[in-house]
Design a protein around this ligand. Structure first.
Ligand SMILES: [Ca+2]
Ligand SMILES: [Ca+2]
Ligand SMILES: [Ca+2]
Length: 280
């Protein structure tokens, strides 16, 4: 561009020289021609300066555009990175929330099952309470109708140590057997020693004894509320078969002294009562 400007200026100067040489032949016109030549040079110089200015302006605009483009690219790249990171965070959050939702679903299912079990337990407990009320009323009536045993009543009972024992001749459920013993002023037998275990074994009867875990599964207690300490469970017992065995029976015909088994309390068996006379 600058070369073109210089070329134009040179051409203009050449033309002026030619014009001057031509015009020298006309001396009257010399001052006007010089003035015109200066104006032309001035115009050319101004034009050149304008071109240079225009070129600089274009270069400045281009540089600024390039910088703006780079800044915009950086901004877009940064935004893209941020969006990617946010998308990954959101994906992770969604996964966590999904897992939590599934856990809550499972918890809700478990709680529903527990609630149903509790409802059933409550129903069973209500029924048991009602049965106990009936039994208590019955016991009061029986005690009124049946006086406590005397020494004479026990004459027909088997004696061992300080206790007397009655072995039934009919079969009843564990609860009814115990009720029968209490009506006789006794209770189902409590086996306190090895000697007492051996004594009952010699009778060789399949009988209910006063031991149960009906109140709390696996916690065996005698009918007087005392915990079980010395045990004579048969091999593999107590096994709470079908989760329904809460009353202890003394098995007959065993070679070993370990003769006890747990059975459903609703089974009907003979039973053995024990009456301990107060020491005189
Ligand atoms: Ca006893
Ligand atoms: Ca049991
Ligand atoms: Ca059993």
């Amino acid at each position: 561009m600058e070369e073109e400007v210089y070329a134009n200026v040179s051409n203009l100067e050449l033309e002026e020289i030619q014009d001057t040489s031509t015009k020298r032949t006309t001396p009257d016109q010399q001052p006007d021609d010089r003035t015109g030549g200066r104006r032309s040079r001035l115009a050319a110089v101004c034009l050149g300066l304008l071109c240079v200015l225009l070129l600089i302006t274009i270069i400045v605009i281009c540089v600024r555009n390039v910088k703006e483009k780079e800044a915009m690219d950086q901004t877009i790249s940064s935004l893209s990175k941020n969006l990617t990171a946010e998308r990954e965070t959101l994906s992770s959050s969604i996964m966590t929330l999904t897992e939590e939702r599934d856990q809550l679903k499972n918890s809700n299912k478990d709680l529903t099952e527990e609630r149903d079990q509790l409802k059933n337990s409550n129903k069973n407990l209500t029924e048991e309470r009602d049965q106990l009320k009936i039994l208590t009323e019955q016991k009061k009536k029986d005690q009124q109708n049946h006086p406590k045993h005397t020494v004479n009543d026990l004459a027909s009972w088997k004696k061992f140590g300080s206790s007397h024992y009655y072995i039934s001749t009919e079969a009843k459920t564990w609860d009814k057997a115990r009720q029968n013993c209490r009506e006789r002023g006794a209770d189902l037998v409590i086996i306190n020693s090895k000697e007492e275990q051996e004594f009952i074994k010699r009778e060789n009867k399949y009988v209910w004894i006063g031991l149960s875990d009906a109140d709390e599964e696996g916690v065996w207690k005698w009918v007087d509320g005392s915990p079980l300490t010395t045990k004579y469970w048969n091999t593999g017992e107590p096994n709470d078969y079908a989760k329904a065995e809460d009353c202890a029976v003394f098995k007959d015909g065993k070679d070993t002294l370990e003769t006890w088994n747990d059975l459903p309390c609703c089974y009907e068996n003979l039973w053995i009562c024990e009456a301990t006379l107060p020491s005189s």
